[in-house]
Design a protein around this ligand. Structure first.
Ligand code: ADP
Length: 205
């Protein structure tokens, strides 16, 4: 199993890169945002509750997102060479939860990627996406709120993995995975994709 976590602010291009990577390396793309939105479209009571949280740009509870994620992993683990996580972890406590569930099947986090994009470009891209996809959470006020949550809540999770990689070995002497930050401020998605592929190929070879 080869498991990747893809970090980046909302609008940094995680979904686009995750799809390309999933195709090339036979991985399953797990977008927690998409999983939640698909629950919303069922119109269930839970879906309505999730919608009210997402529309305001807030995070759903750790228990709820973990349940959704766990169910997805269990359903797909036997027919994939690994997962690419897009949207999880988003809080520091979710890092341990992810390692816990992967280790149940002998898996681990092999690579952590951070897509770096300056805030002005992020805001432009998200406003553009709002026109194309009509996402209720892509308006200027909610975008700013999601960016604040990213800085305050998700960045500590990213720093956890940066340090985890620098430590090299975990408490049991097992080698920790790689951490790489990749610039994704340009307009050419394949330039970024190729840079990521180089990193993956160097780890896998
Ligand atoms: P973006 O990356 O553009 O902010 P996503 O599609 O990844 O959007 O996620 C949409 C929403 O789904 C988030 O704003 C949040 O409400 C919810 N969500 C997704 N992943 C998580 C998570 N790991 N923990 C809590 N809430 C989450």
């Amino acid at each position: 199993m080869f498991n990747i976590i893809l970090f980046g602010a909302p609008g940094s291009g995680k979904g686009t890169q995750a799809k390309l990577l999933a195709d090339k390396y036979n991985l399953h793309h797990v977008s927690t945002g998409d999983l939640l939105r698909s629950e919303v479209t069922t119109g269930s009571q839970l879906g309505l509750y999730i919608k009210s949280i997402i529309d305001q740009g807030n995070l759903v509870s750790d228990q709820l997102i973990f349940r959704v994620l766990e169910e997805y992993i269990i359903r797909h683990k036997d027919n994939t060479e690994g997962f690419i996580f897009d949207g999880y972890p988003r809080r520091e406590c979710q890092c341990a939860a992810l390692s816990g569930i992967l280790s149940e099947w002998g898996g681990d986090v092999n690579l952590v990627l951070l897509l770096e994009v300056p805030e002005e470009i992020i805001i432009k891209r998200l406003l553009n996406r709002a026109n194309l996809e009509m996402r209720v959470d892509d308006n200027i006020e909610t975008i700013k709120h999601r960016l604040d949550i990213y800085v305050e809540t998700t960045m500590p999770a990213i720093e956890f993995y940066r340090k985890w990689h620098e430590l090299r070995l975990d408490t049991y002497g097992k080698k920790n995975g790689e951490f790489h930050a990749i610039d994704n401020s340009g307009d050419d998605i394949f330039e970024t994709f190729n840079a990521i592929c180089k990193v993956i190929d160097s780890i896998k070879s």
